[in-house]
Design a protein around this ligand. Structure first.
Ligand code: SAM
Ligand code: SF4
Ligand code: SF4
Length: 341
């Protein structure tokens, strides 16, 4: 079957599955509010249903799948789902994005089941700061999770750090040193005005340009290395060979190459992180649509895709928070923790 291309010629390439919208942390840039409305449990797709969705995307050319959330490791029996994906034999990459707190206990069963890439989100190495940033005193558990990934021999471990001015922008060099010690590649992420980031303001975004300047001041020469054009991060190398990445989603978005789809835990498909509404895959699935019907639906929707959400945000002179708290209350799927980051 030929490639399924959208209106800008972008193929369907990667799929992020948010297996739950619930989380054991409350990161200030993602879930800063006191209370949240959750997707009702009866609406959450079973692993069998999610596997059917993943297979339909694989039929249309998706080769990479990433499990995310909320915190994916709080959903029970995640290794069972990883095995189901792995047994399909359709994916080159089965990856996980996690805050790492529950990783130490689960990493061996996940890798045995077929997980082959792990990204841990970690924004600070300071325990007081971690508590302030996440609302939870669990830095040591997250670090134990990172150690366990290294021990399990997972190659390509990445650590994502959302950089926020006045919060953790004094830790970039320490984070690179930590990555060097552990063998993980650090990826600095520009703070995005997306979903539940209701405290976002342009003043606290630390841009790629600034991040590179800080790296040069600390380490000397910084050279860009070639990277996969469809990957969100630009990668750079220091004189000693240490590499790191920068994901400049806010100041220099990469919509032109974006091949990503996102599925919420209740089977809504979002073709952009900034999309205001999704496409319901749960209803046809629960009505018993077969694989041919599911792929027809997905192909038709993707063919008409024109999303360039982050690029459009850069030209908004009034740029501020993307959606208000009241809109988020009306539709929790607008939250980053529902659509998986
Ligand atoms: N709970 C898991 C974790 O934190 O890794 C997976 C879900 S989380 C929504 C996925 C990614 O989104 C994390 O790396 C997180 O740092 C990132 N993220 C959340 N809100 C963000 C924001 N406002 N700007 C940039 N990245 C954000
Ligand atoms: Fe933090 Fe991830 Fe939870 Fe959001 S979903 S609060 S980024 S751990
Ligand atoms: Fe893709 Fe939308 Fe993100 Fe642009 S903003 S890179 S189109 S998900």
């Amino acid at each position: 079957m030929g490639l399924t291309l959208d209106e800008h010629g972008r193929p369907l390439g990667s799929l992020r599955i948010s297996v739950t919208d619930r989380c054991n942390l409350r990161c200030q840039y993602c879930m800063p509010e006191a209370n949240y409305d959750w997707i009702p449990r009866s609406e959450i797709l079973s692993y069998e249903e999610l596997a059917l969705v993943a297979e339909a995307f694989a039929e249309l050319g998706v080769t990479k799948v990433r499990l995310t959330g909320g915190e994916p490791l709080i959903r029970r029996d995640l290794p069972t789902f990883v095995s189901m994906l792995s047994d399909m034999g359709r994916f080159d990459d089965i990856a996980l994005t996690t805050n790492g707190v529950l990783l130490a206990d689960q990493v061996s069963s996940l890798t045995r089941a077929g997980l082959n890439r792990v990204t841990v989100s970690l924004d600070t190495l300071n325990s007081d700061r971690y508590l302030r940033l996440t609302g939870s005193d669990q830095l040591s558990a997250a670090l134990a999770g990172i150690d366990a990934v290294v021990e399990a021999g997972v190659s390509n471990l990445k650590i994502n750090m959302v950089v926020i001015r006045g919060v953790n922008d004094d830790e970039l060099a320490d984070m690179v040193r930590f990555g060097r010690q552990t063998g993980a590649e650090i990826r600095f992420i520009e703070y995005m005005d997306v979903g539940g980031a209701t405290r976002w303001s342009g003043d606290v975004v630390v841009s790629r340009q600034e991040i590179l300047g800080l790296m040069e001041t600390e380490f000397g020469s910084v050279v860009e290395v070639s990277s996969d054009k469809r990957a969100p991060a630009n990668r750079f190398e220091l004189a000693d060979g240490t590499t790191f990445g920068v994901i400049a989603s806010t100041t220099s978005p990469f919509c032109g190459q974006c091949d990503r789809s996102r599925i919420t835990a209740d089977g809504q498909w979002y073709t952009c992180l900034y999309a205001r509404s999704g496409f319901d895959l749960k209803a046809p699935l629960r009505r018993g649509a077969d694989m041919g019907a599911m792929t027809d639906l997905i192909r038709a929707r993707w063919s008409g895709r024109i999303d360039r959400g982050a690029e459009q945000r850069t030209i908004d002179p009034q740029r501020g928070t993307f959606v208000s708290v009241s809109e988020l209350r009306r539709d929790p799927r607008l939250e980053m923790h529902a659509r998986g980051g």
